[in-house]
Structures are given as structure tokens and as C-alpha cells.
Design a protein around this ligand. Structure first.
Ligand code: NAP
Length: 254
């Protein structure tokens, strides 16, 4: 943990207003990070998370962002640099599943939005973060964690195949970026949660999905957001200084 302002890590977390993003924010604040949190529309929730992080000693800034707008995504890292002077970490956490249901019931328009928010937006954010962080471009290095999903490898049949495909794309993008920028001081990894207790399932039309799926999870229960946050904190820390282009699965064994 560091206290001098110029030594503190500065980390962007997308979707920091609730769920896994909020738990990551609380954990990183406790670990000594300053934070820029994005939210889509729930400003009050974002303010509550920010207040909790400030109480832990973090400087926190909020930024409204709809990741369907890729031009707006391109402004996030420059805006964080304007507010904090530099950025050392990026957590691409915000994501959507689309409605839960059989593949043939979904529409290609919905799949297009899922790919825009879950893949293209993180790709835009990675581009600008790497441009800022790369030691080959005059930066000081950094760490990027992209939040994927255990669905990326099991495919989520009868549930949300386009979402699973979008997270598989996040995995392979992160592997490629981790390797391409390994000598430029930028580490890129993924954390893949299994079903966790957040509101994402209600937005997909199945609020009880975590409990419905519990029997199929080897540990017999869904994850809690704070259990995902620890893996993210590790990958952003100096303890992970030799870790890149890898995935940490936090999924109760599934
Ligand atoms: P959540 O509870 O639904 O929260 C989503 C967060 O993302 C909120 O902060 C929301 O902002 C923001 N967001 C939603 N749509 C957005 C958009 N179009 N543009 C910008 N921001 C947007 O989700 P979660 O369950 O914490 O999921 C976080 C990440 O973990 C996602 O990438 C998800 O795919 C992944 N994941 C979740 C689970 C799970 O079971 N929960 C499992 C595996 C992977 P507002 O609050 O303003 O709406």
C-alpha cells in the first residue's frame, strides 16, 4: 500500500456502479488505488460506490459512458489522464449478456450490441490504454485486466451463445495483446467469473439464475462479487509482475 499521491496506482474500472465492478472498486481502494469509475446510467449507485472508496482513502472520479458509443470509449483514458495525470491500470468490466434463451430466439441486432459493448468497446479502451502505457511509446507501463466469463469455454447452450462468443473474443484479444506488448511493459490478462450474484441476470430476464444454476456448480453455490475482485487486485499488483497473457478462472470449479 502506498500513500504519496504520485506513487499511488491510478486505475480505470468500467461499470463500477454495481455488481462485480463495484466490488473491484472497493477492493482496489482498500489496496491503495486511485480510481476512475464509469457507469452507464445509475449515477446514484456510482456515487455510493465512490463515497465508500473515498472513505478508504482513494481519490475517485466518475464518468458517464455508454459503451455502445465507441467514440466515447476512445475519450476515457485521455479523460482519466487529464484528471489524474496518468493511468497505470485498466479493468474492462462493464458487460451485457443479451436475453437468456435458446439461440434461435435471439436476434442478430442484439448479438451485434453484445459484441459492441463486450468486445469492440474494450478493444478501443485497450488501444488507448496501451498507447498511454507502452514503454516503447514513452509511457511507464501498466496492467490491463479484461473481465471475461466461464461461458467463453462452455459456450452457454440454451442460455446466451452470442454472449459466450463475445467473451471468447475477449480471451483471445487479451492473449494476443499480452504477447504483443510483453516487452513494452504492459501486462494484459483476463479474469473469468462463473455465475455470480449480481443484477446482470435480472437484466437478461432471469433474476434467479444464480440460485437456479447452483446445483450444476461443483462448489454448489454462485460466486459473490468480492470473490472475483481478489483475482483482479492480484493481476494489477506487483505480485503479478511476471504474469501476462493468462486467464484466472474464478468459477467454483465450473
Ligand atoms: P451488472 O451487475 O449488470 O453491472 C453492469 C455494470 O456495467 C454496471 O456498472 C452498468 O452501469 C455497466 N454497464 C451496463 N451496460 C453498459 C453499457 N452499455 N455501457 C457502459 N456500461 C454499461 O454486471 P456484473 O454481473 O457485475 O458483470 C460485470 C462483468 O462480469 C461483465 O463483463 C460480465 O459479463 C462479467 N461476468 C458476470 C458474471 C455474473 O454471473 N454476474 C459471470 C461471468 C462474467 P449502470 O449501473 O449505470 O447501468
Amino acid at each position: 500500500m502506498t500513500s504519496h499521491v504520485d506513487e499511488r496506482p491510478v486505475t480505470i474500472i468500467t461499470g463500477g456502479s454495481r455488481g462485480i465492478g463495484a466490488a473491484i472498486a472497493e477492493r482496489l481502494a482498500a489496496d491503495g488505488h486511485d480510481l476512475l469509475l464509469t457507469y452507464r446510467e445509475r449515477r446514484d449507485d456510482a456515487e455510493r460506490v465512490a463515497d465508500g472508496c473515498r472513505a478508504a482513502g482513494a481519490r475517485v472520479e466518475l464518468l458517464q459512458l455508454d459503451q455502445a458509443d465507441l467514440d466515447a470509449c476512445a475519450d476515457v483514458v485521455p479523460e482519466a489522464v487529464r484528471r489524474f495525470g496518468r493511468v497505470t491500470g485498466l479493468v474492462n468490466n462493464a458487460g451485457i449478456t443479451g436475453r437468456i434463451g435458446p439461440f434461435l430466439d435471439g436476434s442478430i441486432e442484439e448479438s451485434e450490441l453484445v459484441f459492441r459493448v463486450n468486445v469492440l468497446a474494450p478493444m478501443v479502451l485497450c488501444r488507448s490504454a496501451i498507447t498511454h502505457m507502452s514503454t516503447e511509446l514513452g509511457g511507464a507501463g501498466g496492467s490491463i485486466v479484461n473481465i471475461s466469463s466461464s461461458a467463453a469455454t462452455h459456450g452457454a447452450p440454451n442460455t446466451y451463445i452470442p454472449y459466450a462468443a463475445s467473451k471468447a473474443a475477449v480471451n483471445v484479444m487479451s492473449t494476443g495483446l499480452g504477447l504483443e506488448f510483453a516487452r513494452a511493459g504492459v501486462r494484459v490478462n483476463t479474469v473469468s467469473p462463473g455465475t455470480s450474484r449480481t443484477e446482470i441476470h435480472a437484466a437478461a430476464g432471469r433474476p434467479n439464475a444464480p440460485d437456479e444454476r447452483a446445483a450444476g456448480i461443483p462448489m454448489g453455490r454462485p460466486g459473490e462479487p468480492h470473490e472475483i475482485a481478489g483475482a483482479v487486485a492480484y493481476l494489477l499488483s506487483d505480485d503479478a509482475s511476471y504474469v501476462t497473457a493468462t486467464d484466472i478462472r474464478v468459477s467454483g470449479g465450473k
